[in-house]
Design a protein around this ligand. Structure first.
Ligand SMILES: [Mn+2]
Length: 242
């Protein structure tokens, strides 16, 4: 499905949550194999692949990567909030453990890489809470909306993430002008005071996925559109000269 996007790409950055490493049961192996296939399809085409870690695949991968002489910072996005994934289903159950991790990092560097390390520790702290098996559409509501506090946290983060992302860039971005991340499932562009934050959204149902293309100092954000089972580049959402 992603092959059309691979055309004309020589360096591909996958910004985390590429596969569900934390999943338990047989689905985990299917997810891992799909991930391996994705990597080999890219490698066969001579594409250099850089995989960042996310909260769903916290083991392996770098926390952050920099492009264009550190003008562009790419990270999964769970480094942006102190508690990484405030809307997580599991966070209520592990609140004390998460607070201990946040406290441990309080006295340390608040640069992007350290924040990404904190996010990884939080991801490994949250153990998967099994869900009851329900028929559709109840399974969707159980997955997406339980517990109810999750919905409020998602709304709070969606409304505030633009400002929060720009603040992270300012405080932790080591002078970078651009922050690119996903994690929040809501694609968008926020600009303020010469700083730019692009959220590439998500491939999940109900979300839109974007891709950011960088060629020398020209950067373009585009929507990815699903046509006849394959993703292609769609509408241009923003163009910048770095
Ligand atoms: Mn995530």
């Amino acid at each position: 499905m992603l092959l059309p996007i691979f055309e004309e790409v020589d360096h591909l950055i996958l910004a985390g949550d590429v596969w569900q490493q934390r999943k338990v049961g047989p689905g985990r192996e299917v997810a891992r194999q799909m991930y391996e296939t994705l990597l080999s399809l890219a490698e066969e085409r001579g594409i250099e692949v850089e995989v960042l870690r996310g909260n769903h695949d916290p083991e392996g991968g770098k926390g952050v990567t920099w492009l264009v002489e550190k003008a562009v910072l790419v990270t999964h996005g769970d480094a942006v909030y102190d508690d990484a994934t405030p809307w997580s289903r599991e966070i209520g159950r592990y609140r004390k453990e998460v607070e201990a991790v946040v406290e441990k990092y309080e006295s340390q560097s608040h640069l992007a890489a350290a924040c990404a390390d904190r996010a990884k520790e939080i991801a490994l702290t949250l153990k998967v809470v099994p869900l009851p098996k329900l028929p559709p559409p109840f399974n969707f509501f159980a997955t997406a909306l339980w517990p109810p506090s999750r919905t409020f946290e998602m709304l709070r983060v969606w409304l505030g993430m633009g400002k929060r992302g720009l603040r992270f860039l300012e405080e932790s971005g080591e002078g970078a002008k651009v922050l690119i991340c996903g994690h929040f499932h809501q694609a968008g562009i926020w600009e303020e005071g010469g700083k730019l934050f692009v959220n590439t959204g998500s491939f999940m149902k109900g979300s839109r996925a974007w891709a950011v293309d960088l060629k020398e100092d020209r950067m373009t954000a585009r929507e990815l559109v699903l046509r006849e089972g394959k993703f292609g580049l769609g509408e241009v959402k923003g163009r910048w000269l770095l």
